[in-house]
Design a protein around this ligand. Structure first.
Ligand code: SF4
Ligand code: SF4
Length: 386
């Protein structure tokens, strides 16, 4: 459980970090810069040349200097390849992305939260490191760290820095409540995330504190948001629209526009991960959006989800069956593709539907709505008219 082992990590910034990552991704080879969403394509031959330069302790190949200077403004002339470029190995499968729910605990108590009771639990620090090594060995390049609220986990700084050291590009999903603290701010400023997705629950203290059921939450959020934007972190605002804050939708949009930050809106609330529907009444019916038709999903094939206990599933929605990564290791992931395929088969909840041949709804998603006895209109592409 979290807290059994105190973090023993050095202060952030103690270790020299590579300037670039070279990684095989599917049939391609990419050059990435930690914290930057940009990618430069490398041919297979150049990737191998770069790999050899690192192994032979040579300087970076001269052909690398110009594209890197153009993309990221770094001068690599005569720099040693080893220590400058971290070359990732291909994993045994096709995985390149994962989400890691470090802990379900949260310092907010949002009315619409799909995590239900949000137990503060997870594997200890050593377990978290083993999970990260497993993700590395699986070939994960892009890692999203989420929660609960990930920044309140005492092991977050260790996990975040270690993921960078292992050559992963890290996105954080957060409520932003801890961003204003010097320790967290300095960590993210030193190792910028490729994306910092912050949930926004209102445009006034009254609404925001009411929805999150935490007095002072709005003030903490706005302070952290200002620091993050001021430091030019790659902030992305996720506007959560519910019946409580829908009247501030315009103000939330304007807030993002004024800050010059990209935003997305989410009004379709999910049942809880335990298959209960107490979150659904928080939806604002007039703000619900039509879900995009489901045209297939790489869940379980090129990406997967890991919960606080180290169980890998195809995604955050289709959580069962899962694979215990701490006991099974990378090899266990070989089963995820078949699990994904079986979860995409039609479930009983739609039996009798005369339109099922043209159904375009993700099955794991439909299943959680069916378990929660949600109205068909909440998830059925045909508007619930079988
Ligand atoms: S901030 Fe996120 S995890 Fe926390 S209660 Fe709100 S919705 Fe749930
Ligand atoms: S819920 Fe469905 S569409 Fe979303 S990631 Fe999971 S399988 Fe894919």
């Amino acid at each position: 459980m979290t807290g059994q082992l105190a973090p023993t990590l050095d202060e952030p910034g103690e270790h020299p970090m590579h300037a670039l990552i070279a990684a095989p991704v599917g049939d391609a080879h990419l050059l990435l810069r930690p914290g930057s969403p940009k990618a430069v394509k490398l041919g297979a031959a150049k990737f191998t040349e770069l790999q050899s330069a690192v192994q032979a302790a040579e300087a970076v190949p001269s052909w690398l200097v110009d594209p890197v200077a153009r993309s990221w403004g770094i001068d690599l002339t005569d720099r040693p390849a080893a220590g400058t470029v971290l070359v990732r190995e291909a994993g045994p499968y096709e995985f390149s992305r994962a989400t890691y729910e470090i802990n379900l605990g949260c310092d907010f108590d949002c009315e619409h939260c799909y995590l239900g009771e949000k137990k503060f639990e997870g594997v200890d620090l050593a377990g978290k490191e083993r999970l990260l090594l497993t993700l590395r060995d699986a070939g994960v390049i892009w890692l999203q760290i989420t929660g609960g609220e990930p920044l309140i986990d005492p092991h977050f700084p260790f996990v975040y820095e270690r993921a960078h050291e292992l050559g992963m590009q890290v996105e954080i999903l957060s409520n932003g409540s801890r961003l204003r603290t010097d320790r967290m701010f300095n960590l993210l400023a030193k190792y910028p995330p490729t994306k910092l997705s912050l949930s926004v629950y209102g445009a006034s203290a009254e609404t925001y504190d009411g929805l999150t059921r935490r007095r002072g939450a709005y003030e903490r959020f706005t302070e952290g948001l200002s620091r993050a934007v001021g430091a030019r972190l790659n902030v992305d605002m996720s506007l959560i629209i519910t019946s409580r804050n829908a009247h501030e939708q315009g103000d939330m949009r304007q807030w993002a526009v004024d800050l010059g930050v990209p935003y997305r809106e989410y009004a379709n609330i999910s049942p809880t991960i335990y298959g209960t529907g107490e979150t659904l009444p928080t939806q604002s019916p007039e703000h619900l959006t039509q879900r995009a038709p489901f045209t297939g999903c790489p869940a379980g094939h090129t990406f997967f989800h890991v919960d606080p206990h180290g169980r890998a599933s195809i995604c955050k929605v289709g959580r069962d069956p899962s694979i215990d990564l701490l006991t099974e290791g990378v090899e266990g992931l070989a089963r995820l593709g078949d699990i994904a395929d079986s979860l995409m088969l039609r479930t009983g909840g739609c039996s009798g539907c005369t339109l099922s041949a043209t159904c375009r709804v993700c099955r794991p998603m439909a299943k959680v709505f069916q378990e929660a006895k949600a109205p068909l209109q909440n998830y059925c592409q045909h508007g619930g008219t079988p």
